[in-house]
Ligand binder design. Structure first.
Ligand code: HEC
Ligand code: HEC
Ligand code: HEC
Ligand code: HEC
Length: 165
């Protein structure tokens, strides 16, 4: 036992570690949420929590099923790959109950400018304009059909008058 003659301080030190570890376990038991680790390194109950959020977006397939005329126009035009809700906003509430929720028409002065205002950061090939110079304050949809915006030969079935189908 002579080797451990002066070891008491080591045991006290080890004891401190054990106590610290127990305190850690105690606090951990209190602060870690009950369902943590149930499925993985996250709170299991979060899944139900997230799933409980109401659905906001209907998805373009839903819109197209009812608004077939607009879907037809759009697939032939330059906005074929811009989704309905990218412009109209999340509309699951309308999609679920069109009779009682009528969506507002987007404000084109804000909407079109958001994507098409000229900026050096945009790819050169992307169509961009200086809205004030380009339209002189005339609403974009006076000349462009939002659902098929090109003017000229490749304008699809789009009618360049405002609010056209
Ligand atoms: C179940 C069929 C249905 C679905 C799905 C649907 N709509 Fe409609 N939508 C209608 C009907 C019917 C009206 C006309 C309601 C009215 O005039 O009050 C309408 C009206 C609208 C209007 C307003 C038209 C106006 O004259 O002001 C917009 C914009 C619109 N829908 C966009 C959408 C978008 C975008 C989606 C997909 C997120 C969508 N709708 C999904 C049936 C549907
Ligand atoms: C969410 C972004 C977005 C919004 C909002 C948007 N556009 Fe576009 N626009 C696009 C994309 C993407 C294209 C296709 C670009 C391409 O073909 O490279 C396009 C193409 C066009 C073109 C065709 C240019 C050409 O090649 O001849 C015109 C014109 C246009 N948009 C006008 C409008 C108008 C007017 C509005 C408002 C009603 C609008 N856009 C709103 C993304 C947007
Ligand atoms: C007075 C009619 C008129 C109004 C209003 C108008 N445009 Fe245009 N726009 C045109 C014409 C004409 C063209 C050229 C068509 C072409 O080149 O095929 C054009 C072209 C464009 C292009 C394509 C530019 C390119 O480089 O290919 C975009 C994007 C565009 N307009 C966006 C808008 C936006 C956004 C608004 C609203 C702020 C708007 N336009 C308002 C007539 C108009
Ligand atoms: C690039 C933006 C954009 C996209 C993409 C878009 N819309 Fe629109 N939509 C508009 C704007 C802007 C108006 C309002 C035009 C006006 O005020 O005259 C409108 C109007 C409408 C209307 C009212 C009737 C009409 O023709 O004016 C309906 C319904 C509609 N959109 C449905 C849809 C559906 C369904 C889709 C997808 C298949 C879609 N929109 C995609 C911008 C868009």
């Amino acid at each position: 036992m002579s080797g451990l003659k002066d070891a008491a301080h080591l045991f006290r030190f080890a004891g401190l570690f054990v106590i610290a570890f127990l305190v850690f376990l105690l606090i951990r038991g209190h602060v870690v949420p009950k369902t943590f680790g149930e499925y993985g390194h996250y709170r299991g109950a979060a899944i139900a929590g997230v799933a409980a959020h109401p659905v906001q977006f209907a998805g373009h397939q839903a819109c197209e099923a009812c608004h077939t005329d607009i879907a037809d126009t759009k697939t032939k035009g330059k906005h074929a790959h811009v989704n309905c809700e990218a412009c109209h906003g999340a509309l699951a509430v309308h999609s679920d109950d069109p009779a009682s929720v009528t969506p507002a028409k987007p404000d084109t002065a804000v909407l079109c400018a958001r994507c098409h205002t000229a900026s050096a950061a945009k790819p050169k090939g992307f169509p961009q304009v200086d809205p004030a110079d380009h339209s002189g304050g005339v609403p974009c949809q006076t000349c462009h059909n939002p659902h098929s915006p090109a003017i000229g030969a490749d304008a699809g079935t789009g009618n360049a008058a405002g609010g056209a189908k």
